[in-house]
Design a protein around this ligand. Structure first.
Ligand SMILES: Cc1cc2nc3c(=O)[nH]c(=O)nc-3n(C[C@H](O)[C@H](O)[C@H](O)COP(=O)(O)OP(=O)(O)OC[C@H]3O[C@@H](n4cnc5c(N)ncnc54)[C@H](O)[C@@H]3O)c2cc1C
Length: 498
């Protein structure tokens, strides 16, 4: 049987759409199928963390995401006596040359996905709605999936399949991959509502220290709606009508002047903390909530899902183009530990919230310090005792082109290629390393880039003659002295840069 496509992506949420965007810009043939007949329209994950904004910049969607959304307002803690105090959710963090996005963006998930679909359309691709993956068989060369749609069942043969089909993943079940963890015994409702009586300049919190009666009402940036979040009893039906939510607000806030006019989307869900035993079985991968589910505290779920897909996309494209197949093993090696740490963080934040703790968030939720130091793709020769380490996020920097024009490292990194940066590297060394899929930028005498503000040196701490290889997903792959350029050549071949 011939192949119908190279990659079949199952599920068009944030993870599936990110993977589709990355494969589309690389020209990889794929299909993106989605069980629902129309786009999802709930707010769900509404916090886009700074590292995800950097990913969005590379995918060409950051400006329209920021234009649609807005900053997080302060939280307004309402006391029983009617007084209130405003507290920032996170300490304000101004952008820096190395970290251009200081603060998280608020953008309801349906708008994030809308922006992604718009970009996908610009790249000439679309989601195929109304197709449900119901079966999967694989052999050494490919995978045959069964898709059920209005026209009946069809069988599609792909070289690889990626299950981005959410927490109840069919792909994970069909692979027989375990999803151990725990149910948190916390059930909450989340509802997007039109509401009167509360200002839109703050995230309102009532009864923060009472787990049974707390309620939060947050203005949803980019819309006229508010998002209500409130714990509900672990068992039984939850009435999600406007009248019931109106009564709940009255009961929990003691206020008669706040009214729910209509409900645009609502859901009651039980929080889980689970991590798939494996992210891969043969030619089938799991990404996003299919591989891990977290409590929403800390706003990590969507961000982790986007970054899973961003990690996998370039590796799939490289192996399809002839790179050694073991490159794909690094996906689970890199991303599963990140999800395990995320699970601990969001669970700890949930426990703090249950004890009535403050909702203040620190640097740990921004995902800028995520790194892959133990990855098989992280390499230094000689070992580094200073400056940036292999596996770390490659920082941005404001630089000049040799013509004197201002630019940024992230502008030089943007796109599907790898980037090699060198400081005071002899032209012969750099020339021997040039190859398709690699862009070389040299700082120093006769270099094409100028570290006019010292940002590159501050962020990377390179010795004369050192070379830094930046992966397509913006992490440092290798740091090598010119004397070991042959080791860098071998590294690149192993990663599919022939
Ligand atoms: C109520 C709620 C509140 C949340 N709040 C937050 C928050 O505040 N912050 C945060 O970061 N995260 C939050 N999350 C988590 C966040 O929404 C998820 O982490 C994110 O949606 C994961 O993206 P995904 O693409 O992996 O999965 P999903 O968004 O779940 O997308 C999976 C897609 O696959 C489709 N699908 C499923 N099965 C099949 C099949 N067999 N065939 C074809 N298609 C299929 C589904 O229809 C769906 O569109 C919340 C989640 C929920 C449920």
């Amino acid at each position: 049987m011939d192949f119908d496509t190279d990659v079949l992506i199952c599920g068009a949420g944030a993870a599936g759409l990110t993977l589709a965007l990355d494969l589309a810009r690389r020209g990889v043939p794929f299909r993106l199928v989605e069980r629902q007949d129309a786009p999802f329209h709930g707010s769900r994950g509404k916090g886009i963390q700074p590292r995800t904004l950097e990913v969005f910049e590379d995918l060409g969607i950051v400006d329209r995401a920021v234009a649609l959304g807005g900053p997080y307002p302060p939280q307004r803690i309402h006391a029983a006596d009617g007084s209130h105090a405003d507290v920032p959710i996170a300490a304000a963090q101004a952008p820096t040359a190395a970290e251009p996005y200081g603060s998280p963006l608020m953008l309801p998930q349906y708008l994030t996905e809308q922006v992604m679909r718009e970009r996908l359309l610009e790249l000439g691709r679309r989601v195929e709605f109304g197709l449900t993956l119901t079966g999967l068989e694989q052999d050494a060369d490919g995978v045959v999936v069964t898709l059920d749609g209005r026209g009946g069942a069809t069988r599609v043969r792909a070289r690889y399949v990626v299950g981005t089909d959410g927490g109840r993943s069919t792909v994970r079940r069909l692979l027989g991959i375990d999803f151990p963890g725990k149910t948190m015994h916390v059930r909450a409702l989340v509802a997007d509502v039109a509401l009167t009586g509360l200002e839109r300049d703050a995230w309102h919190r009532f009864n923060g220290d009472d787990m049974a009666r707390r309620i939060e009402v947050c203005p949803l940036a980019g819309t006229d709606l508010f998002q209500i979040q409130a714990p509900v009893p672990p068992e039984g039906d939850v009435d999600l009508s406007a009248q019931a939510l109106d009564a709940m607000i009255r009961d929990r806030t003691g206020r008669n002047d706040v009214h729910v006019e209509s409900v645009s989307w609502a859901s009651a869900y039980t929080m889980n903390a689970r991590l798939a035993d494996r992210y891969r079985a043969g030619r089938v991968f799991l990404a996003g909530d299919a591989a891990h589910t977290h409590p929403p505290t800390g706003g990590q779920g969507l961000n982790t899902s986007v970054q899973d897909a961003y990690n996998l996309g370039w590796k799939l494209a490289a192996v399809l183009a002839g790179a050694p197949a073991d490159l794909l093993d690094s996906y689970e090696a890199e991303r599963r530990p990140v999800a395990a740490a995320m699970l601990q963080l969001s669970t700890a934040l949930l426990d703090a919230a249950r004890r009535g703790g403050e909702m203040r968030r620190g640097r740990e939720v921004r995902q800028l310090d995520l790194a892959y130091p133990d990855s098989p793709l992280s390499f230094a020769l000689p070992a580094r005792t200073h400056g940036i380490q292999p596996g770390e996020r490659a920082p941005d920097a404001v630089v000049l082109g040799a013509g004197g024009q201002p630019t940024r490292l992230f502008t030089l990194f943007a796109g599907p290629h790898w980037t090699l940066l060198g400081r005071d590297v002899a032209p012969g060394v750099a020339d021997a390393l040039r190859r398709p899929g690699l862009r070389v930028h040299l700082f120093g005498p006769r270099g094409d880039a100028i570290d006019a503000h010292g940002h590159v040196q501050a962020a990377y701490g390179l010795q004369p003659g050192e070379l830094v290889l930046v992966r397509p997903d913006g992490y440092v792959g290798a740091i090598v002295a010119s004397a070991h350029a042959d080791a860098l050549d071998a590294y690149m071949r192993g990663a599919g840069l022939g």
